[in-house]
Design a protein around this ligand. Structure first.
Ligand code: SF4
Length: 406
């Protein structure tokens, strides 16, 4: 299969999931103990051509994982082998502890082989008020995945920087995504300031290129001046997520954002962010499959022509969300929509099709964006073949520098 076909396979796996029951039986045969084999649930898969994909288990999926002749493979419904696969190794510092002796695994997860992913607070006040975004399970997720629960933003500022400090021993410029729920007062920055202060104190910078590559996905606040504040505090990139673009769907699907911040201020905050952060450092997520393709693509166009990178992600109905049990649109809808979105983005923001952007400026690795296919398509259609752009977290420590020990 060529790379385009593997991207299509990734799209199918994201939309329809993957069968894992046979893999668990294979692992038993390989001598794994029963409990370990039966609870095995890998988070991500490495497919050929450096395509990395999140795994969602679904017993009715089109594809399954098997071990055949000691090799991990993806098979179709007719048990035909479609391609090799591999699990994604954790970085060498994954078993480290922060300075307050919290295991890294309680603080961070990894996307692909480049991106650190922190959820520094699982609390979103919209779940208390009944205004939670209808697709979201952030706060209920604590009941399903208690081992991933992290709380107390102040403490986590130090924990986050401890992890980044450890990663810096394996890459000079590691990339991170930081997210959280909306805090109780909704207007406030809820831990954002503490994290940014900690990061810029620990990793000082003298120019924009040297800022720690962190993409924060947060809500704007009621004060438009806070956009400048978070930039001045050292943030590299920001994402104020629309989630849905059509104003009617916006009211219905993200009622907390609508009532507490409002659509006009949301748009204004995004445009203001481009003024401070610059093109390529401002993002907004749009979920493909919650609204008609037409309005979703209008959102892609609106964003791209203002220098805002739309992160289109396929809708995946989450356990514990109000859309639990729903289905995403078909594979074909998802693929066609993403192809159109990628075209619009490249037409309006040609820098996204350059090696320079992904190497020097992007806060995340596009090849390690495991929950979506947008950046795989954008990079493939631009002919970019320097996968990961040199951002892989190496397995060897780089030469000792003055970077602080974690
Ligand atoms: S603002 Fe919406 S998407 Fe963000 S955590 Fe709260 S409910 Fe979830």
């Amino acid at each position: 299969m060529d790379r385009k076909e593997i991207i299509k396979l990734k799209c199918d796996l994201l939309v329809n999931g993957l069968r894992l029951a046979d893999l668990r039986r294979d692992l038993l045969e390989q001598g794994w103990d029963e409990q370990r084999a039966m609870s095995f649930l890998p988070a991500e898969l490495k497919l050929p051509h450096e395509i990395y994909c999140q795994i969602r288990e679904n017993s009715e999926a089109n594809f399954r994982l098997r071990i055949v002749n000691g090799k991990l493979v993806v098979q179709d419904r007719n048990s035909r082998e479609v391609c090799d696969a591999d699990f994604v190794p954790l970085p060498p510092f994954a078993k480290n502890f922060t300075s307050d002796l919290t295991p890294f695994e309680k603080v961070v997860v990894y996307n692909g082989i480049c991106n650190l992913n922190f959820t520094w607070n699982y609390y979103c006040d919209y779940f208390r008020t009944g205004h939670e975004c209808r697709f979201c399970n952030l706060t209920p997720a604590q009941d399903f995945y208690p081992e991933e629960n992290i709380s107390n933003a102040r403490k986590n500022a130090k924990q986050v920087s401890d992890v980044i400090a450890a990663a810096k021993k394996y890459h000079t410029d590691p990339k991170s995504i930081l997210t959280r729920g909306t805090p109780h007062d909704k207007q406030g920055l809820g831990g954002t300031v503490q994290i940014l202060e900690e990061l810029s104190e620990r990793f000082p910078y003298t120019n924009d290129r040297e800022r720690t590559k962190v993409l924060m996905t947060v809500s704007p606040t009621k004060k438009i001046e806070d956009v400048k504040l978070i930039h001045d505090l050292g943030l590299h990139s920001v994402s104020f997520n629309f989630e849905v673009f059509d104003r009617g769907y916006w009211k219905a699907i993200v009622p907390g954002k609508d009532q507490n911040i409002g659509r006009d201020l949301w748009e204004e905050s995004l445009m203001k962010a481009v003024e401070y952060f610059g093109q390529g450092r401002v993002f907004t997520a749009l979920i493909a499959g919650l609204e008609p393709r037409k309005t979703l693509l209008e959102g892609v166009q609106w964003s791209a022509e203002r220098g805002i990178i739309p992160i289109v992600v396929p809708f995946s109905p989450e356990t514990g969300s109000q859309f639990e049990g729903f289905r995403p649109p078909t594979y074909q809808w998802m693929m066609d929509t993403h192809l159109e979105a990628a075209d619009i983005i490249l037409k309006n923001m040609d820098f996204i099709g350059t090696d320079e952007y992904w190497k020097e400026d992007a806060p995340i690795c596009g090849d390690c964006f495991t929950g979506g296919i947008l950046f795989d398509i954008v990079r493939e259609n631009s002919g970019l073949v320097d996968y990961h752009s040199g951002h892989e977290l190496s397995f060897e420590k780089k030469e000792e520098t003055t970077t602080e020990e974690a």
